[in-house]
Design a binder for this molecule. Structure first.
Ligand code: ZN
Length: 628
């Protein structure tokens, strides 16, 4: 759109006199009744001025850090003004932009379209999001907005209709509702996109308590009604989580908080943060299968932490004015990294992890990043900058390529910051003081305060004066093969590799449906078909010629399965053979692995004579008994 008409439209949207305001509000109506058929219908009425108009489909989705708007699934687009159809044309370069000419005498246009939900191969919310029994509506998928208008400045009123008998839950401010319909208050496009709706045949709300005048709720939707019987012994920890999070930050920046939790095998599994809610998707049996529960124990604590770190305070490069401007991920080691650290800490403080399970996760991080040849060529900083191409990178050769390491490796990084602050202040201050300074009071409604790397260093300096700039240059910007393990040591623990696995390690193997032999043979094998999903360069498996994508057929002359492979690895310590038959494309080959180390699983053990700082970090800050 030429600058002048863009300006006119902006002024129309922004500067309407009070009596005209209502006319300047866009109206979006979404019909979710056919969601189980993977089709969502929508109608958008937009105020408009005669002349050229460019409308954009949201491309860069907040929290997804990549241009993942499901444009391929956005179909059946038609524009009308009154009874007249308005032709449109997609931009030659920007597939997310649609040009049209608003006829003279027209003050609003209507757009109708469908979204083919979750039938593509998209990431995050563009992945599978509907089942015959539930649906998650991400508003960014069903809206268009005028080019040049900031999402904060576009006012919109949204309504929705769900299938007969289905319930719904959302943090979106609701003005009116019936059982199956709802209409929002007038909100900004930012708030709308930040407030997904969870709907389902089987949906139940679990109140998590009022903290500092604000209500918290866990809304669970599932494909199997019996999964709604979540025992209070589990819910009690989520009640503690909201108290622990508020105790940590000392304030909140939401008016209500909803965990929108999906227990289903038929949606993609992930979490996506929002200011006043989170879209959390885990396997259907997460609350009845202890392994799945443990493996997902820190998902909700991670996503809730984002309300402070990521939503309220956001790296300047990710605080974009609309969904078109590319996001810059260079500070994701703070946005995601510190969130990963506090997700882990808060899950333990809330009792979602036992201290043993929490140490199991830390041990795994230590082991994973100690066997990461890719650290030698690629800095943590580069994994953050390249986030948009790393989320969908395959497991094959992951240790060489590195993946979205700014999550898990940053747990080690921020543990080191935490222990460093404790050392520098002789135990009188900790990273919690930084959290309160940077993300804390005053409480209020959602807003965004962007930050730079210098702001983070300055705030840390206020808590404990130190050369934080050099500290991060060494650990974030430099490519070095050694991971940042200073915090583990300073917290009184070190890595060991006994021959039996921890509960946490087992839980992650179950979740990933794999046999993880990374710390013995140096490879991972998918449980179902025996495909080698990853091999660590330089490991015994690599030296024997194994590589990702090969398939394991037999172990020591007998058909492969998880147990036989694990048993053979264990017996190698007593001289047992590791003779494998593998299939590479159409070709079979015998492979002899030269390995006598037996089974090895990462575990943390105490450093004798040191202070157990880790247990202090993970200890609850609030009373563990239920609030009165
Ligand atoms: Zn995150």
């Amino acid at each position: 759109m030429p600058p002048l008409s863009r300006l006119v439209l902006l002024l129309v949207l922004l500067a309407a006199a009070p009596g005209q305001v209502q006319a300047q509000v866009a109206h979006l109506d979404v019909d979710l009744r056919e969601a189980p058929r993977r089709i969502i219908h929508a109608k958008l009425v937009l105020p408009a001025q005669p002349g050229p108009l460019t409308l954009l489909y949201p491309k860069w989705i907040p929290g997804e850090h990549e241009p993942s708007g499901p444009i391929r699934d956005f179909v059946n687009l038609r524009f009308t003004a009154g009874s007249r159809e308005i032709p449109w044309q997609r931009d030659d370069e920007e597939m997310f932009a649609f040009h049209l000419q608003v006829p003279s005498g027209v003050s609003e246009i209507e757009a109708t379209y469908d979204v083919l939900s979750g039938v593509g191969e998209g990431n995050f919310s563009a992945g599978s999001s509907v089942t015959p029994n539930l649906a998650i509506l991400s508003w960014n998928q069903v809206v268009l907005y005028p080019e040049g208008v900031a999402s904060d400045d576009m006012q919109i009123q949204a309504s929705g209709r769900v299938a007969e008998g289905w319930k719904w839950a959302t943090a979106l401010p609701i003005a009116r509702s019936t059982g199956t319909t709802f209409e929002s208050e007038r909100v900004s496009l930012t708030t709308l996109v930040d407030s997904p709706v969870l709907t389902g045949r089987y949906l139940k709300a679990f109140p998590l308590g009022r903290v500092d005048g604000v209500d918290h709720e866990l809304d669970v939707a599932t494909d199997d009604e019996s999964m709604l019987d979540v025992p209070d012994s589990i819910i009690v920890h989520y009640r503690r989580l909201v108290r622990e999070a508020n105790a940590l930050f000392g304030a909140h920046h939401y008016r209500r908080y909803h965990f929108l939790l999906t227990l289903s095998e038929n949606v993609d599994h992930f979490g996506l943060e929002h200011h006043e809610s989170s879209d959390d998707r885990v396997p259907e049996r997460t609350f009845v299968d202890n392994s799945l529960r443990v493996a997902n124990a820190d998902l909700l604590s991670h996503e809730m932490t984002h309300s402070w770190n990521g939503k309220y305070r956001r790296p300047a490069g990710l605080a974009t004015p609309d969904y078109e401007k590319p996001m810059h991920g260079s500070l994701l080691w703070v946005y995601e990294g510190l969130t990963e650290y506090y997700g882990w800490v808060l899950a333990t403080r809330a009792g979602l992890f036992t201290p043993d399970q929490a140490r199991g996760e830390l041990a795994r991080d230590v082991a994973v990043f100690s066997a990461r040849p890719g650290r030698d060529w690629r800095s943590l900083y580069d994994t953050a900058v390249a986030a948009q191409i790393l989320y969908s990178s395959p497991t094959a050769w992951s240790t060489l390529r590195r993946g979205t390491d700014f999550y898990d490796e940053s747990t080690l990084l921020w543990l080191e910051v935490d222990t460093k602050i404790r050392q520098l202040t002789h135990g009188s201050r900790s990273l919690d003081d930084y959290a309160r300074t940077f993300y804390g009071p005053p409480s209020g409604a959602p807003k965004v305060i962007p930050y730079t790397r210098e702001d983070v260093e300055r705030a840390l300096n206020q808590v404990a004066p130190y050369d934080w700039k050099s500290f991060f240059v060494a650990r974030v910007d430099s490519a070095t093969v050694a991971p940042p393990l200073g915090g583990v040591t300073a917290s009184g623990w070190k890595i060991a590799y006994p021959d039996s696995s921890t509960e946490y390690y087992d839980a992650i193997e179950t979740l990933n449906e794999e046999t993880d032999l990374r710390f013995s043979l140096g490879m991972r094998v998918a449980s179902d078909e025996g495909k080698i999903s990853d091999v660590i360069p330089g490991s015994p498996a690599a030296k024997a010629g194994l590589a990702p994508e090969m398939e394991l057929v037999a172990v020591n002359g007998r058909a492969w399965n998880d147990d036989r492979l694990k048993d053979a690895v264990k017996r190698s310590a007593k001289g047992g053979a590791l003779d494998l038959l593998v299939k590479n494309d159409e070709f079979f080959r015998d492979v002899k692995i030269d390995y006598k180390g037996g089974a090895r699983y990462p575990e943390l053990v105490r450093i004798k004579g040191s202070s157990d700082v880790l247990s202090k970090i993970l200890a609850p800050r609030t009373s563990t008994s239920p609030p009165r």
